[in-house]
Design a binder for this molecule. Sequence first.
Ligand code: 13P
Length: 251
Amino acid sequence: MRKNIVAGNWKMNMTLPEGVALAKELNEKLKSAETNCDVIIAPPFTHLASIVAVVDTNRIKVAAQTCSNKVSGAFTGEVSPDMVKSTGATAVILGHSERRQFFGVTDEQVKEKVDLVIERGMTPIVCIGENLEQREKGIYFDVIGTQVKKALFHLNPDDFRKVILAYEPVWAIGTGKTATAEQAEEVHSFVRKLIASQYGTQVADDTTILYGGSCKPSNARELFSQPDVDGGLIGGASLKADDFMGIITAF
Ligand code: 13P
């Protein structure tokens, strides 16, 4: 059985004191909430260890927003998978469209990062998604299929089972323009079939596929009600505890 997950990607927001305060607030609210999903938060690197220290990590998993594809060495400014792991974080977002778009991350690098993150016993949350031009040209299945195959299809079935996928249409990120539930379901079901073609239906059925892109309390329920949408990767609405809780309790 696959897990439902709501994950918050804080991106480059929140100072350390602000981030710790938000994590504590969320931790408190979750103590008394009835929920039906796992919760992950992905603060900036600088906050990871402090946040791991103040949340119940059985209840809230802490993730990094990226990591290096290198193990160690002269790579000024990079943060290695071992460094992430040493903070107590247990997952890493990889291949986010903002990393691909602004920092030139390639499918090949995402693949290398996936391997290192799995080797370190952490969970890769791998982002895929088309931009507006690709959507309008009608080539989004090709784009997404290529991203999935290049980053993940070298994995053996046991390792593939450790991966969480996140479909994030670039045109819906931070734009307030959410994909409709039908648009999300169309892609999620396509991705699940692609996984089935490589790993079989059992692995495909067990894979969590999140939706990301302007997901908020008002639209989460409809998105999450789709058969192949197993939760969300939330940007803006994860920065306020009440909004994030509104999405978590949408399940
Ligand atoms: P928004 O929810 O702000 O659109 O961001 C989505 C996202 O990129 C999460 O990784």
